[in-house]
Design a protein around this ligand. Structure first.
Ligand code: MTE
Ligand code: MO
Length: 479
């Protein structure tokens, strides 16, 4: 019989700050690590585990699976987790269609659990040029389908030669492998800022429904050519439709389409990706195969790809026809006509501040402030400049841009029209004297000299998409 008190998960969850104490669980035991946090060699990253289980963190940072780490931890033990909650950590109800969804990293900010929609804390985005897959934002409409890679088949339909069917093995061996580093952004990224102006419909994304990965796979162009596509045999063809293997309760699959031009262009770099950051695609990101359409809104990057259809028509799916479209601020749900607007494809110029966080308080004696963020534009347009202001837009500094992780040699500039990946930016500037509160603002410029609008109201729309106004955060200075 254990001499330790028993705690419920609910109790543990209440302890996730320095004020309330920082508790974690590991293999059924409860630990109070408040004192340890200050000494943790990994810095404040350990704060992210507070109130929950350590296992998923340690799975990511393998360095912890060592005896001496477990010894240190044991000195902070304060109790046992209730048997009921231990069981809950291990089992899930099988009647739940989401019961086979994969494990997710607990640091993600969850906007919706079922279906799973989550974004990383913004500071994590600017920590690494390539977003680790565990932290990459996740946007699912339905349960994650379980796909057996051995029996997986991809069907390519609509061409005169008939249907081409490929196994995963054939896809990997019959076509040359390409890698593309591309940023994916949800149409609803930064929707919460539109919500502040006036209520919109949709998940309340912050600024992190965007991430950057290196995708490995075959070119859609190569597969379409193998299926018999030639401009002269398919003059009627204007679109390429994609169908996911995930479906809603009525059996309707997720679907979307892109213009044929983008799909078959040598310069389009559209991939049927089976790898993300050098590993098999994770379940949440479309295992075993997804489409990656560089420069194009997330919604067209169909995951768990089952079918490709070359067609005269766009996809008839809800997401192509009646969603993911932009409207005037004056259009409301009574007047909106989804047929009147084109489906979003290439996204507009975007940038945001990942650190400091809105509401941060800093000491005057610091004298300088470092601001970091991301910037990206759709359609392969390269971000050429990011301007940062500390005084709400009265005066501006030019930020330093980077296209790789620090310490690594910078990538050569991408070919014109093929800037698929974001730039991270950073600036360190002196704290303006005599100001008690900074209003930090960022705005980006791409190589077509497209710029972001300065405020939200003129671009507000009922679905809260394409939210790309200057990003603003407030920081207080403590004298
Ligand atoms: N593909 C399928 N099959 N099902 C989906 O729900 N969501 C789309 C797109 N592809 C979706 C999908 C949307 S809206 C976005 S923003 C991206 O996937 C998100 O990709 P990620 O989860 O890999 O970040
Ligand atoms: Mo999305």
């Amino acid at each position: 019989i254990s001499a330790f008190p028993i705690f419920s998960q609910e109790e543990v969850t209440k302890h996730r700050s320095l004020e309330d104490g920082m508790w974690v669980t590991y293999r059924g035991s409860v630990y109070d690590i408040t004192e340890f946090v200050a000494m943790h060699p990994g810095g404040d990253k350990i704060l992210l585990a507070a109130g929950g289980a350590l296992e998923p963190f340690w799975a990511l940072y393998a360095v912890h699976n060592q005896e001496h780490v477990l010894e240190i931890l044991s000195t902070y033990k304060i109790g046992e987790l209730s048997a009921e909650d231990v069981k809950k950590q291990q089992t899930v109800k099988s009647s739940d269609p989401y019961s086979s969804d994969p494990e997710r990293h607990p640091v993600l900010h969850v906007n919706s659990l079922k279906p799973f929609n989550a974004e990383p804390p913004p500071e994590i985005l600017s920590d690494s040029y390539i977003t680790p897959s565990a932290f990459f934002f996740k946007r699912n409409h339905f349960p994650v389908p379980q796909v057996d890679p051995a029996s997986y088949r991809l069907h390519v339909e609509g061409l005169p030669g008939g249907t081409l069917t490929l196994s995963l093995e054939e896809l990997k061996t019959r076509f040359p492998k390409h890698t593309v580093t591309a940023t994916l952004q949800c149409a609803g990224n930064r929707r919460s800022e539109m919500n502040e102006v006036k209520q919109v419909k949709g998940l309340n994304w912050g600024i992190a429904a965007i991430s950057n990965a290196t995708w490995g796979g075959v070119k859609l162009r190569d597969v379409l050519l193998a299926a018999g596509y030639r401009p002269d045999v398919a003059q009627w063809a204007l679109h390429v439709q994609f169908e996911g293997l995930d479906k809603d309760m009525t059996g309707t699959n997720y679907g979307a389409s892109i213009p044929l031009n983008k799909a078959v262009s040598e310069e389009g770099d559209v991939l049927l990706a089976y790898e993300m950051n050098g590993e098999d695609l994770p379940a949440d990101h479309g295992f075993p195969v997804r489409v990656v359409v560089p420069g194009v809104v997330g919604a067209r990057n169909v995951k768990w790809l089952g079918k490709i259809i070359v067609s005269a028509e766009e996809s008839s799916s809800h997401w192509q026809q009646n969603d993911y479209k932009g409207f005037s601020p004056g259009t409301d749900w009574d007047t909106v006509d989804f047929k009147s607007a084109p489906a979003i494809q290439e996204l507009p110029i975007q940038s945001a501040i990942t650190t400091p966080e809105d509401g941060t308080v800093i000491d005057r004696d610091r004298e300088e402030i470092t601001v970091k963020g991301y910037a990206w534009s759709g359609g392969g347009r390269e971000v050429i400049r990011v301007d940062v202001s500390l005084d709400g837009g009265k005066t501006w500094h030019v930020a330093q841009l980077r296209s790789s992780d620090e310490g690594k040699a910078p990538d050569p500039s991408p070919p014109l029209g093929k800037a698929w990946a974001w730039k991270l930016w950073e600036i360190t500037a002196p704290l303006p004297a005599e100001i008690k509160e900074l209003e930090i603002v960022c705005k980006a410029v791409d190589n077509s000299y497209n710029m972001q609008p300065d405020t939200v109201p003129p671009i507000w729309n009922l679905r809260g998409v394409l939210s790309n106004a200057w990003h603003r955060v407030k920081v207080k200075i403590r004298e």
